[in-house]
Design a protein around this ligand. Structure first.
Ligand SMILES: Cc1cc2nc3c(=O)[nH]c(=O)nc-3n(C[C@H](O)[C@H](O)[C@H](O)COP(=O)(O)O)c2cc1C
Length: 261
C-alpha cells in the first residue's frame, strides 16, 4: 500500500491535544494544501476563520454543544460557505450595473443552489486540511455542532449575509503518542451501489452495522442495560436528541436568512 493510502486508512479523529502550539511552517503548509482543494469553477466559494481569541474559542465551545476540547485546541478553523465575496465583486466591480445597462442580465440574488455549491467547496477544503494535518503529525476533529445556534455564531464571528458556517475543524499535535484504535466502518457493499439506489432494509442494515453494534456491546454503551440495538442507540442518543433539534432549527434559520434577500 502506498504512503497516501496508508495515511488515509489510519486516520482517526483526535480530540486530546498537547499544549504545543502549531509550528509556523506546519501552519503554512496546512494552509497551502487546504487551498489546493478542488473548488467549483475555481471560485473559492468559501472562507476560513482561524479563531485565535480565547474568549471566542470559549464561546464556541459552549455554542457547539459544550465541547471543552474546542477551547483547548491550539488551532480552530471555522469553514464558511461564502458567496458574499462574489456578490461584492459583482456589485462593487460594476458587473451588475453593466448587465442591466446592456440588457445582458439583471441582478440575481444567491439561491439554495449557490449555497449548496459554497457548502461543497468549504467541506472539500476542510477534508484536504484533515489529510494534510495528519501528514504533518497533527490530529484533527470535525465539530458538526457549529451549525447550531446560528444567530449567536453569526454575531460572534461577525458574519455577512451570504456567509454561513459549513463545518469546523480543531487541530493540534496529539496528546498521546499511542495510535488509537480505529472506529469500525460498514463493509464496501453496504455503501457502494450499482446503477441505482438500492434501498437497504433491516436485514442488510443489521449486517452493515454489525461491527459497530458489537463494539458498543463490548463497551457496554448500548441502551436498555446493553440489551438494545445499535439503531436504539442512535435513535435515542442522536436522532431524537435536543442537539439535533437545535441543529435543525438553526439550519432552517440559516437557510431562510440566506434566501431572504
Ligand atoms: C460532519 C461531522 C461532524 C462531527 N462532529 C463532531 C463533534 O461535534 N464532536 C466530536 O467529538 N466529533 C465529531 N465528529 C467526529 C466523528 O465523531 C468521527 O469522525 C466518527 O466517530 C468516526 O471516528 P473517526 O473519525 O475516528 O474514524 C464529526 C465528524 C463529522 C464528519
Amino acid at each position: 500500500m502506498n504512503e497516501t493510502l496508508q495515511l488515509l486508512n489510519k486516520r482517526r479523529s483526535v480530540r486530546a491535544f498537547s499544549d504545543k502550539p502549531i509550528e509556523s511552517d506546519h501552519l503554512a503548509l496546512l494552509k497551502e494544501a487546504t487551498l489546493r482543494a478542488p473548488t467549483a469553477g475555481n471560485m473559492a466559494l468559501y472562507s476560513i476563520i482561524e479563531v485565535k481569541d480565547q474568549q471566542k474559542k470559549h464561546q464556541l465551545s459552549i455554542l457547539c454543544d459544550n465541547q471543552p476540547m474546542i477551547e483547548k485546541a491550539p488551532l480552530v478553523w471555522v469553514f464558511l460557505a461564502d458567496m458574499q465575496k462574489w456578490i461584492n465583486y459583482f456589485t462593487e466591480g460594476g458587473s451588475v450595473q453593466k448587465g442591466e445597462q446592456e440588457h445582458l442580465a439583471s441582478y440575481r440574488a444567491p439561491g439554495l443552489g449557490d449555497l449548496h455549491l459554497c457548502l461543497q467547496d468549504a467541506i472539500i477544503a476542510a477534508q484536504n486540511a484533515v489529510v494534510a494535518a495528519q501528514s504533518l503529525g497533527m490530529g484533527s476533529c470535525y465539530i458538526g455542532d457549529v451549525i447550531e445556534h446560528f444567530e449567536e455564531t453569526r454575531d460572534l464571528l461577525k458574519l455577512s449575509h451570504y456567509t454561513v458556517p459549513a463545518c469546523m475543524l480543531i487541530f493540534g499535535y496529539p496528546k498521546s503518542e499511542k495510535e488509537g484504535k480505529l472506529t469500525p466502518r460498514c463493509p464496501q457493499d453496504a455503501i457502494f451501489m450499482e446503477d441505482y439506489y438500492h434501498e437497504p432494509h433491516l436485514e442488510q442494515l443489521n449486517s452493515a452495522f454489525s461491527e459497530h453494534e458489537e463494539q458498543r456491546k463490548q463497551t457496554r454503551t448500548l441502551p436498555f442495560g446493553n440489551t438494545g440495538s445499535l439503531a436504539d442507540y442512535y435513535y435515542f442518543r442522536k436522532h431524537t436528541s435536543s442537539f439535533m433539534e437545535e441543529m435543525n432549527r438553526s439550519t432552517k434559520v440559516m437557510f431562510d436568512h440566506w434566501c431572504n434577500h
